[in-house]
Design a protein around this ligand. Structure first.
Ligand SMILES: NC(=O)c1ccc[n+]([C@@H]2O[C@H](COP(=O)([O-])OP(=O)(O)OC[C@H]3O[C@@H](n4cnc5c(N)ncnc54)[C@H](OP(=O)(O)O)[C@@H]3O)[C@@H](O)[C@H]2O)c1
Length: 244
């Protein structure tokens, strides 16, 4: 029997960026149900379930991230589990994609993740433990027309997780990528019905997933059971991206 079985589990300080709605909120709820101390970042005022601490932050602004971390550390202690979830899309075909369409998506999805990881790493290195989970997308490795900006930002997260694993893997810190397929949230509800039908026809599972199905995988990859998994890309996509 494992030595940890039956041992009292310590509540960890968990921070989820963009956790006021969608997949981020489902992830925050999963950690809360697990007995952890959970904080989420939000940009504008939001109503959060009881037990979740909301801190205002914009991932494109390093100073606001620093302030949010300071607030979380004061309330819950150093962040041991960081979920870089905040993300945006600005879909359009290459010929119509402006440089701003490209750089603004990369600044939020990729540089935003770099900013929060850099801030969180200080505490994790000191504690000699930590879990970093980067919410990517199936399109990061599969590609998608009209999403050159988004796919580039999501593919970049794999490079971050793998390099972080090589830098900090010996200090009890893991970094993994979770790559959702089509999940029912505000982001996907905004897609035209015809596009949604097209996606559905290509998913082997024959359905879209709920945000909770992504949240359960994030909770598990952040658990003690997953301590020896790092630098992995874990698909939660009903088989859509197999082999990519
Ligand atoms: N839905 C899908 O099918 C799907 C599939 C694959 C991957 N993903 C990824 O999963 C993550 C969550 O997606 P979702 O569907 O839950 O999206 P969503 O419902 O649109 O929520 C996006 C979240 O990100 C936050 N956010 C955006 N820009 C931010 C910024 N500059 N600073 C701080 N927070 C910011 C939003 O905050 P506000 O409320 O303030 O706007 C919101 O909390 C994203 O990274 C997305 O790319 C989603």
């Amino acid at each position: 029997m494992s030595a940890s079985v039956g041992a009292q589990k310590q509540a960890r300080s968990v921070l989820v960026t963009g956790g006021n709605r969608g997949i981020g909120l489902a992830i925050a709820k999963a950690f809360l149900a697990n007995g952890d101390k959970v904080a989420v970042t939000f940009r504008s005022a939001s109503e959060l379930p009881e037990g979740i601490l909301g801190v205002q932050a914009d991932v494109t602004d390093a100073a606001s991230i620093d302030a949010a971390f300071t607030e979380v550390e004061a309330a819950h202690g150093p962040v041991e589990v960081l979920v870089a979830n905040a993300g945006i899309t600005k879909d359009t075909l290459l010929m119509r994609m402006s440089e701003d369409d490209f750089t603004s998506v990369v600044d939020t999805n990729l540089t935003g993740a770099f900013r929060v990881i850099k801030r969180a790493s200080k505490g994790m290195i000191r504690m000699r433990k930590g879990r970093v989970v980067l919410i990517s997308s199936v399109v990061g490795l599969y590609g998608s027309p009209g999403q050159i900006n988004y796919a580039a930002s999501k593919a970049g997260l794999v490079g971050i997780a793998r390099s972080l694993t090589r830098e900090l893997g010996s200090r009890g810190i893991t970094a993994n990528v979770v790559a959702p397929g089509f999940i029912s949230t505000d982001m996907t509800a905004a897609l035209p019905e015809e596009t949604q039908k097209q996606y559905l026809s290509t998913i082997p599972a024959g359905r879209f997933a709920s945000a909770e199905e992504v949240a359960d995988v994030v909770r598990w990859i952040s658990s003690d059971e997953a301590a020896y998994i790092s630098g992995a890309v874990i698909p939660v996509d009903g088989g859509l991206g197999m082999g990519h």
